[in-house]
Design a protein around this ligand. Sequence first.
Ligand SMILES: Nc1ncnc2c1ncn2[C@@H]1O[C@H](COP(=O)(O)OP(=O)(O)O)[C@@H](O)[C@H]1O
Ligand SMILES: [Mg+2]
Length: 268
Amino acid sequence: MDQAYVKIDSVSKVFDTFSGDRVVAIKEISFDIRPGEFISILGPSGCGKSTLLRIIAGLLKPTGGNVSVGGSPVDGPIKGIGFVFQKAVLFDWYKVLANILAPVELAGLRKRDYVDKAYELIRLVKLEGFEDKYPKELSGGMQQRVAIARALIMDPEILFMDEPFGALDALTRDQLNLELLKIWSEKRKTILFVTHNIPEAVLLGDRVVVFSERPGTIKAIIPIDLPRPRTVEVKKDKKFGELEVELYKLIAGAHESEIEESKRKGRD
Ligand SMILES: Nc1ncnc2c1ncn2[C@@H]1O[C@H](COP(=O)(O)OP(=O)(O)O)[C@@H](O)[C@H]1O
Ligand SMILES: [Mg+2]
């Protein structure tokens, strides 16, 4: 790929645990990401998805391989990223507006320079009228909207989303998926989106990177050539169903091989 923005080259991570065990979290992961691309990362829990995200963001050092972003090698926390986790982790004692401005405050910049931006984001994530509410007054979905706005306030080039909608009910998840697509088409950030929900991975992604069971390796990279902009209508597309089945098979295949492996071990 000639237009790589993020280059992930043979990245591995082994954790040495306190009990003396070595956990191979991910093993020789390589792929490139184009600028503005939406990458879904799909895989069973514990296969190293969060580990890979933290390595790309420079929050964790790999034990093997290299990552570069925008042509520069990653060797410490990289600037210009936004992170959204499964739990919104907001400051309870800050209202919505102050929560969205928190990264500005932490960076030691002047909040008043970012207030217009914060209001623009409040509109974008559909929280108009809730600026003065405290997190505890908001639903889980609304708290996640605040977390998304907060992640965008410093205008990051890359947005890392680690199962951001995993704790929400199905309807709220669908709604936020569609809104995330609108935000992405407006802002054109490069997005790395971790999920273990197949329809979500297909609806959102330009490509779906499928992880194996731990140690996480890449099982397949599936291009999602469904038309954009995507609305809920895309789910009626025959292609959508075919892609879902293909991904189910890849993921189920991982489970089957695990069963085979445990049977084999049982025989030894
Ligand atoms: N700091 C750590 N020390 C030891 N083991 C870890 C650490 N972080 C993650 N792991 C292990 O690495 C594996 C991958 O974890 P993780 O990246 O969180 O998986 P996922 O996000 O796909 O659920 C798991 O087995 C996890 O227990
Ligand atoms: Mg994780």
